[in-house]
Design a protein around this ligand. Sequence first.
Ligand code: DP6
Length: 323
Amino acid sequence: MIHRVVACAHANIALIKYWGKQTALGNLPATPSISLALDKLYTETIVTREEKGVDEFFLNDSPVEKTTKDRLLKYLNFWRSESLLDGTFSVHSSNNFPTGAGLASSSSGFAALATALGKFSNKKLNRSELSVLARRGSGSAARSIPGALAAFPVSANPSARRLLPPEKISWGMVIVVVNNAEKETGSSIGMELSRKTSPYYKSWIAQAHKDYQNILAVIKKDDFTKVGEITEANALAMHACMIATRPALVYWNGVTVDIIRSAKQWRENGLEVYATIDAGAHVALLARLDDLNKVAKKAKKIEGVEKAVICKPAGGSRVIKWE
Ligand code: DP6
């Protein structure tokens, strides 16, 4: 019997964003999405079988706060209710990047957890099944299972699949971490609010489907300029929908806007870089691998920028060891 599993998953940042859920149960996205897994951002999770009769959860060595605990407990209960798992466990997760400030921590967190639980499972799970199970924890986590460049369609029970392996991807991202980024409305609550109240929600969903098809076509042609243009426009459309939500979901701060403006200026001066932003103030800058150093150097000079992390494409989630 397996006693302890260590698993790892990289965070991903979407080029085409997931924002909005279908009303049916099962954490089903209303938008198809495309993402890039990043080598410098990852979660390592250690799951140990315990005979205590209760599950325990720790993040970066501290017990998790109540809402996170409830969410994780619900997640393990889901695995048990599907007869995929029995017994109780302790879960120790550590992120090598800030948690909960819109930096994709749930993507790597639930992907690492699902990968570890999969090793304990009574059933042999393939990658697509693992991606479905990661999705039940957090939509974006489905994409960290295949990692690299992943596509996550809208369907009855979707899983994410790999479009290109890491070594075939000729671009990466600079994660620009902004000072004083506050903890904002979480994605699940934010999406639900947008669905219910944003006058632009329906147009956002329709646009996301178009962007998804268009980006798939230009990825095939390896047309970086078009990939970047669609990526930036898609993120801005999502934020338009967020900002129009009532009450408004304004995830940006002044520094976020400065970075978006700078990216435009750098582009005009011949450095091809495109901005994308999740549910927080930080910005991810998409650029060719050869340009990443230059982009990071320029980004660090913007006032209010704390750091700029150069990230290359990463692979999928994996079990590191078990005993
Ligand atoms: C803005 O995957 O965190 O980062 O399924 O409710 O856990 P839940 O949402 P989550 O949403 C991610 C939202 C986003 C865009 C994206 O990553 O596609």
